[in-house]
Structure formats: C-alpha cells, structure tokens
Design a protein around this ligand. Structure first.
Ligand SMILES: C[S@@+](CC[C@H](N)C(=O)[O-])C[C@H]1O[C@@H](n2cnc3c(N)ncnc32)[C@H](O)[C@@H]1O
Length: 389
C-alpha cells in the first residue's frame, strides 16, 4: 500500500475518471445507435441489392426494398427512444453538461445497446410475459410458498444482477422489501428510465427484432412493434408500498464488504440468469452466504433461490487468453458443471431443498422467429444452514 496521500488522491481521481468515461460512453452508445444501425444493417443490404443483376433486382422489387425501408423507419424510431433515455440518463446520473467531454462509444457498447432493446422487450412488454413466467414467475412462487402475506412487509429480498429491474419490481409488488443490484450502465440508465420516468402503460413503442435477419418468418414479424411498459411503476407506487430500491455497483464489492453489519443482511436472495456471469462462481456463493442473515440469530429460515442456465460468460475470453504465465484475473473463468456446482452450494453451507433441471427457457427470444436459443435451465431453493462452530 502506498502511504503517500497524493498517490491516494490520484488513484481516487483516476477511478472517478474511469467511472465517468464508462457512463458517458454508454450514453454515447445510445446516441450513435441510429447512425450505426443504418450503417450496419440497411446500408450494406441496399448495397448488396444494387449489386444484383437487373433481373434479380426486378424480382425483389418492391417487396424486399420496401421491407428494408420499413427497417430504416424502425431504426429511426428506436433511435429517438434511445435519445430520450440518454437525455434523462445524463441528468439523473449527472454526466458532464458539455458533451465534448463525453467518451466515445465502442462497437461493443453499441452492440450492448442493441441487446438492451431486446432486454426491454423481455422485462417490460406483455408479449414476453410467458418467458418471464418461466423464470421470474417460478422464483416468486417459490418465495411466496415460504413467506405468508402477513410477514412479507418485514422480509428483505435482494436480487443481484437485476438487469432492467422487472423481477425486483414484481417482488416488491408482492409485498416484500425488495432491492435490485446492477453494475452495467446500460441496465442502470434504462431501468431508471422505465421505473421512474415512464408515465403510463404502453407509453413507448420499440422494435426489438430488426437487428437479426436470419430466422425471420415474415417481413412484418421482423418489424413488429412492441409497446412498453406493460405495467407502469411510477404510477403504481402503492403496489410496491415504496419498499423498492436499486443499488449501482458490483454485487461482490457492495455486499461482500467485511464490515457489513446485521442491518445489511437479507432474508432471501434471488438470482436469475446471473450465476454464470461470475469469473469465479465460488465468490458469488461466498458473498450470497455472507449476505443472507445469520441463521442462528434469526427466527425464520433464510433462502437462496436460483434459476438459470450455465452459459459461463468468460469461457470464450479464457479460451483466447495467452498460453503460459500466471492466470489473467480479468479473463479467469471457473466453469463448474452443474453437479459440481450443486455440490459446492451444499459444501458452502446450504441445504438444497428443491432442485429441478432441464427447464426449457429462453432469454429475450422472439417468439415468432424460426430459430432461437433454448436453455435447459436449473432451478433450486437452498436453505442457509447454521455456521459450523
Ligand atoms: C444475463 S443478465 C440477467 C439479467 C436479469 N436477471 C434477467 O434475468 O433478465 C445478467 C446481469 O447481471 C449483471 N451483472 C453481472 N455481473 C454483475 C456483478 N458482479 N454485479 C452486479 N451485476 C452484475 C449484468 O450487468 C446483467 O445485467
């Protein structure tokens, strides 16, 4: 540790600069979405069309060119929605007023913006209700089986990796004290917009399916509009009883602090499509265990309820990392098969009381597409055991 106070100031300052750059480059990725989408999606396809023989161009006109025109219009509509979100996000997250100070967006961030549009559809549209019911619905039903309605107002439920906040919001609507946690600015800016700034059901239209041309059954399916939100959190405050909050930052940093006191502990933790985002899933299990209330001092049992696949997010990066030398912590990935993972959950102080595997589930999938990713997810309800002396 460097004891020089100037050194500490410099470290704090550079952390602040990094944080501000992460915020402003994300905001920029919303602002450049439209330009990038026209450049990547429709322009090359029009170019390809005009390179075809006159006979083929004639055959494809007008159906295909009109379809591309519709996609251009849908891009413009998504872009104006994202501009509005960025405008509110800049205010709420206190980005520098002078946009010349904003960091440019990377291609990866623009790609994340496209994925975010699909996640808005997943969390906040009525069309994705059946996808949500398989994961969020199952987890909430398990929670409600444990806690009677009369006890819920004093039951604290934490949702790490909360994405766009729908599960955390629905848990609050069931009467619990609910807190979502997220570290991605894409998620934080958009969830803040939907949770606090939308004013009515179906206020906005988005076009989530225009970014993929494969697996498209009809032109109209690809450019179909989805309205959001299907429930409006800001006008239904009474449903959550005000017991709903969100924290920004890494789950392990915020909740894994060694000085966490009893007031920082939770009755239940819900993880959905989250465990496989870890570099080392044992870190998550460790923090989940420590963040749940101490069982010996609690009248009630405390639970960790989990749902999701094992699509380890850092597997590819580790596969591509250099051979030789020490493991690079940014690329490190511990990918446990499910049987070993479940045995680790038990060895780390939980009794797995419900375990279901092979649950067919999707993530932001287009129901009308001709092909989609389907996960065989796992679901468990694990009770925290008293610490062994
Ligand atoms: C696959 S998404 C799932 C989101 C949501 N639970 C759902 O089911 O739609 C995983 C989420 O976890 C977030 N995440 C990943 N690592 C995190 C960490 N260490 N702390 C907080 N959030 C994290 C990501 O930003 C992402 O939004």
């Amino acid at each position: 540790m460097n004891g020089d106070p100037n050194f500490r100031d410099q470290v704090t300052e550079s952390a602040e600069v990094l944080e501000r750059n992460a915020l402003t480059s994300t905001l920029n990725s919303f602002l450049v979405y439209g330009k990038a989408a026209h450049a990547n999606l429709t322009r090359p396809r029009f170019k390809a069309f005009y390179s075809l023989s006159p006979a083929h161009q004639g055959l494809l006109q007008p159906s295909y060119t009109e379809h591309l025109d519709q996609i251009d219009k849908a891009i413009d509509s998504n872009a104006s929605f994202l501009r509005l979100v960025a405008q509110y996000g800049a205010n709420e997250f206190e980005a520098p007023q002078d946009m010349r100070e904003w960091e440019g967006a990377t291609a990866f961030q623009v790609d994340q913006t496209r994925s975010t549009i699909k996640q808005i559809y997943r969390d906040w549209s009525s069309e994705a209700a059946s996808e949500r019911d398989i994961c969020y619905g199952r987890v909430i039903r398990a929670l409600n089986n444990i806690y009677d309605p009369g006890n819920r107002a004093s039951t604290k439920v934490l949702i790490p990796g909360a994405g766009l906040g729908r599960l955390a919001y629905d848990v609050a609507c069931e009467g619990y004290v609910s807190q979502g946690n997220e570290f991605s600015y894409h998620m934080l800016i958009v969830s803040n917009f939907i949770l606090n700034l939308t004013t009515k059901v179906d206020e906005f239209a988005i076009y989530p399916f225009i970014h993929t041309f494969s697996h498209t059954s009809t032109a109209s399916n690809q450019v179909r509009q989805v309205t959001i939100p299907d429930r409006c959190p800001s006008t239904s405050g009474s449903e959550t009883g005000g017991n709903f909050s969100f924290t920004a930052g890494s789950f392990t940093d915020i909740y894994g602090r060694p000085d966490a006191g009893p007031e920082d502990k939770w009755d239940a933790i819900l993880t959905v499509f989250f465990l496989d985002t870890a570099h080392n899933v044992l870190d998550y299990i460790d923090v989940i265990r420590r963040t749940l209330k101490d069982v010996s001092s609690s009248d009630e049992d405390v639970y960790w309820i989990n749902f999701g696949p094992l699509l380890y997010h850092f597997e590819d990066e580790q596969n591509l990392s250099d051979i030789g030398g020490a493991a690079n912590q940014d690329k490190l990935s511990i990918e446990l098969p499910l049987d070993i993972l479940v045995s680790m959950v038990e060895r780390c102080g939980f009794s797995v009381e419900v375990l279901e595997t092979g649950i067919t589930s999707t993530y932001a999938a287009d129901e009308k597409a001709m092909g989609k990713w389907v996960f065989e997810s796992v679901f468990w309800v694990a009770r925290k055991l008293p610490a062994v002396a």
